[in-house]
Design a protein around this ligand. Sequence first.
Ligand code: GAL
Length: 428
Amino acid sequence: MKLNPARAQRLAVSRSGLLGALLLTLATALPAARAGEIEVLHWWTSGGEARAAQALKASMQAKGHSWKDFAVAGSGGDSAITVLRSRVVSGNAPAAAQIKGPSLQAWAREGVLTSINEVARAERWDDLLPQVVSDQMKYRGDYIAVPVNVHRVNWLWVNPAVFARVGAKVPSSWDEFFAAAETLKKAGVIALAHGGQSWQDLTLLETVTLGVGGAEFYRQAFVLREASALNSPTMDKVLSTYKRIKPFTDRNAPGRDWNLATAMVIKGEAAMQLMGDWAKGEFLAVGSQPGKGFICTPAPGTAKSFIFVVDSFAMFKLKSPANSAAQKDLASAVMSPEFQEAFNLSKGSIPVRLGMKMDRFDDCAKASAQEFSTAAKQASLLPSIANGMAAPSSIEWALKDVVSQFWNSDKMSTAEAMKRMVEASRRQ
Ligand code: GAL
């Protein structure tokens, strides 16, 4: 799937009057001191993602800068990061790149990122961000990245018409999930739309881990990566539950992009998807509304917990002063309330900036915002292991490999999978 920028632009402009207003506000309020070129690497190429990326492009163009889109298709960003690495190694880094979590520190250690403290101090970012987020955006006390949003991973997306047709009940526990899945399967419906790519296999496993083991177990297994959790009776139960899901997915799942799985739910070819709320962006992009065309509900057993992904842009060292100025404008625009609202309304996520009004957001986003603050207080706010938030990328990759092999193999036992997960978590 390739981004067609012209189409993405038409889509965004026609669907969002807000964008026009945003353009106007930014153009009048913040004229560019000096026009530069801003090249941004991202992997936001699906329908909802492209609409959101368009908001970023529009805000930069409104400041008089030229936008060079560096979109690398391949959901989850695995291909994008490979391309980024070769660009940086050859001394040709973009102004900004979609990099998250512990990887920010790893790139900063290589000395290729630049400080945006000037903007961050002037705008008092420390007061505008939850500390768990601002800490990740800094390297040795300097801001080297700007956060965009907060995604919640542990969601179940449901097509209510399909559920009504077969007489199934939307599940809130794993028992209910399997009961509904049986009913759907008997009626000839694909119960769960899944995309068999390793990051999606691990995304599904992390959600099952939270649902079956609870928040504290998730933390021990994927944040602290304790062998006593990764190889335990609880993980055995998690893996067995995970494997029980597979017969309710379809034969064409291997290799499928996540947004194509969402499209199956949209079209009623499948009844459910377990996926982060970037999936909501897909429903919204085709005009489907929460509570009507689709239902969002916490993944079974995870109502009070929140697995988070915070997307962010790391800022690279640049040679041209005009482009560096444009880069600072980008950082400032991303943190502005106007952008945080416009972008997140399309992306399916919620603003990362504190104190934002949520009245223009839908019920899924309002629930997400509510759970985000509740989970933070109850220590059930957890970083996603599958989406770059919890571990160095070498460990994340090794875990993705093991989990995918376990998902796809008829022969690998839970005991073998656990042993290999412990090994994967020791990678440097
Ligand atoms: C995640 C990213 C989300 C979404 C998703 C699918 O890694 O954080 O913003 O884009 O990939 O592409």
